[in-house]
Write a protein that binds this ligand. Structure first.
Ligand SMILES: Nc1ncnc2c1ncn2[C@@H]1O[C@H](COP(=O)(O)OP(=O)(O)OP(=O)(O)O)[C@@H](O)[C@H]1O
Ligand SMILES: [Zn+2]
Length: 295
């Protein structure tokens, strides 16, 4: 079996790992994201003696994941200092002459859940993370979604909760989904970090209201067979039943399917790969790159 390399390239930290085609991670390291030179130096050092057959990168964005585009492989317009227009794929290729898979962190996580996790055996799934930001990726008919670039499903507009006067944190849109529902918005709205709010706090009803609206839009547009919800905020397990119920209320019976009815507990689920969802996602991108190279 081939040895595969995985890089979860986050805006705060990078996680590098080694694994195999079963989705098993055998070694991992993590370090803070500083400058591209320093951070990639540590990546090169980690993989130098690992003899990997392919490397997958699940990256923070926005990125250019469209093969054939002149800027394919780069992080494009990030406000993060030094990383704008940095081409990760080219940097890796210069060092390691193996297939490199590259996609958004959330497209990677969707592929990982589809390949080894909570969406195994299905044709489609959507993965959404509610963390420092909100992002979602999807597999549809067995393929990751790309287009002009990649979907940005965390920045959709949602109807405002009647009792919410908070302006929203998104630097681009103010009160888009990410602005109203990502982890930092909880702290700013309620004056206490999300992790400190008790499970019966009204914050969670509002949070579920926003997330259920987002899920309704994804159901109506993509019709995924399963929705996997991860990220720091979804550690609040009470959100799952609240989101399922609100989604059913919002859909109001318009889309008829058992997954939206009495089987909704299996439709909206936590990551099957747990806290490894991100790294396994990158591993799945490596596996895909290796398979594409063979074709
Ligand atoms: N138990 C918790 N309950 C509620 N919010 C939490 C909890 N744990 C973490 N958070 C919030 O989740 C956010 C961090 O999310 P996460 O751990 O997914 O990190 P991240 O990788 O930085 O996020 P992103 O994927 O957006 O880059 C913070 O805003 C934090 O306040
Ligand atoms: Zn936004």
């Amino acid at each position: 079996m081939s040895i595969l390399g995985a890089i979860e390239a986050g805006g705060t930290k990078f996680v590098c790992g080694i694994g195999n085609e079963d989705g098993t991670v055998v070694e991992r390291v993590s370090f803070p994201t500083t400058t591209p030179e320093e951070t990639m130096g540590r990546v090169f050092e980690f993989f130098a003696d690992k003899n990997v057959s392919a490397i997958g990168v699940g990256s923070f964005g926005p990125i250019d994941p469209v093969k054939g585009s002149p800027t394919y492989g780069s992080i494009t317009t990030t406000p993060k200092p030094h990383w704008s227009n940095f081409n990760i794929v080219n940097a890796l290729k210069e060092r390691f002459p193996v297939p490199i898979g590259f996609d958004t962190d959330v497209n990677g996580a969707a592929l990982g859940e589809y390949t080894w996790g909570a969406a195994q055996g299905l044709d489609s799934c959507l993965y959404i993370t509610i963390g420092t930001g909100v992002g979602a990726g999807a597999v549809v008919s067995g393929e990751l979604i790309h287009g002009l670039s990649h979907p940005e499903m965390g920045h959709i507009y949602v109807r405002r909760h009647p009792e919410d006067t908070y302006e929203g944190t998104c630097p681009y849109h103010g009160d888009c989904l990410e602005g109203l529902a990502a982890g930092p918005s909880l702290g700013k709205r309620w004056g206490v970090a999300g992790a400190e709010l008790t499970p019966d706090h009204p914050a969670w009803e509002m949070e579920a209201y926003y997330l259920a609206q987002a899920l309704m839009n994804y159901v109506l547009i993509l019709s995924p067979q399963r929705i996997v919800m991860g990220g720091g905020v979804m550690k609040q397990e009470q959100l799952f039943p609240m989101i399922r119920k609100k989604l059913q209320e919002l859909l109001a019976g318009y889309v008829q399917h058992p997954s939206l009815g009495d089987q909704i507990d299996e439709f909206i689920v936590p990551p099957g790969l747990g806290d490894n969802a991100g790294l396994c996602g990158a591993l799945a991108l490596a596996k895909l790159a290796l398979a594409e190279e063979a074709n």
